[in-house]
Design a protein around this ligand. Structure first.
Ligand SMILES: [Zn+2]
Length: 313
């Protein structure tokens, strides 16, 4: 990205992170407050009176005797790791623009790579489910382009039609004077009108005015009820050079360099990889708030056992 306020923004310093989330007690208190803002509520009977069984760190309902752990029913369910390790993972995943590989995450947290991969995947799942809401659809001026994860970005046909790559559509909502505001990165089966129409219905408001190149699939935008402004690029001009596609091109360049640098074998879990980028980008103006917001979403995301996590999308 070009120089802008985001690059000079202070993230959450490690010292501040330690002060807020540095011990298991602090992290448990944060999760408790996010899960039960008005005090404990038994998920079995709705009762509030309870006692805490210290040895197992569970809340036992006085009425129905159901025992509930702090993490039951959340993305942290059945974890053998301390919550403070999860908070450290959230820190590393949210505070750098490029994200972090599971190898590097494992090294920083002192856990095996397979464990780090599972944590990262679960937190990316939280990000993915979070950004799917209807209230987060894009409107106004939008730049849209097609791309492949793992594909070539410059030269030749930039991988259009190349096999074994994950096709996705990038949409950047900009301000009237062309500054990027929010993005959507969504995978599609193929670049067809039908796929783009479905994607546009899910991610765009009727007020959207979408600039694309001349690829046929983008006629799906108008079919979904938004305004489509195609720009037919001649054979001697690359879309990278066209000002109206400035931000979508910058974004795709950033994704490509981050994936080359830190991510491997993203093909089977492309949706989560894209969700991580989207989540971080859309919240880049408030890095410090990303940790409590992600934790809030995490306690509201259903458990995801390892056997589901490794399924390819
Ligand atoms: Zn109960």
């Amino acid at each position: 990205m070009a120089r802008n306020a985001v690059q000079f923004q202070k993230g959450l310093s490690e010292a501040e992170f330690q002060r807020l989330y540095g011990t298991e007690e602090l992290c448990r208190a944060v999760v408790f407050k996010l899960r039960w803002p008005d005090g404990f509520v038994c998920p079995g009977c709705g009762g509030r009176a309870h006692c805490i069984i210290r040895t197992r760190l569970v809340h036992q309902c006085n009425t129905c005797k159901l025992q509930t752990s702090l993490t039951a029913g959340t993305i942290f369910a059945a974890t053998k790791l301390e919550l403070k390790v999860w908070f450290q993972a959230m820190y590393h995943m949210t505070q750098s623009k490029q994200g972090i590989s599971s190898v590097e995450l494992g090294r920083r947290l002192g856990v095996r790579q397979r464990i780090a991969w599972a944590m990262k995947s679960k937190l990316a799942q939280v990000m993915m489910e979070r950004d799917d809401g209807d209230d987060k659809r894009l409107g106004g001026r939008i730049e849209m382009d097609d791309a492949y994860l793992g594909g070539k970005r410059s030269g030749g046909k930039r991988g259009r039609g190349a096999p074994a790559k994950t096709p996705f559509v990038a949409a950047v909502e900009t301000t009237g004077d062309g500054k990027p505001r929010r993005v959507k990165l969504r995978r599609v089966k193929r670049f067809t009108k039908k796929a783009v129409k479905a994607l546009a219905e899910k991610t765009l408001l009727p007020s959207a005015r979408v600039y694309t190149d001349g690829l046929t699939c983008f006629t799906g935008i108008a079919a979904a009820g938004a305004t489509h402004v195609p720009f037919i690029i001649g054979p001697f001009l690359k879309s990278q050079k066209v000002p109206r596609f400035k931000w979508v091109n910058t974004l795709l360049g950033n994704i490509k360099s981050a994936i080359t640098g830190t991510y491997r074998a993203v093909r089977s879990h492309a949706g989560r990889t894209l969700a991580e980028f989207e989540y971080r980008f859309n919240r880049r103006f408030d890095l410090a708030a990303m940790i409590p917001r992600l934790a809030y979403a995490a306690v509201r995301t259903s458990p995801m056992p390892y056997r589901l996590l490794i399924l390819t999308e």
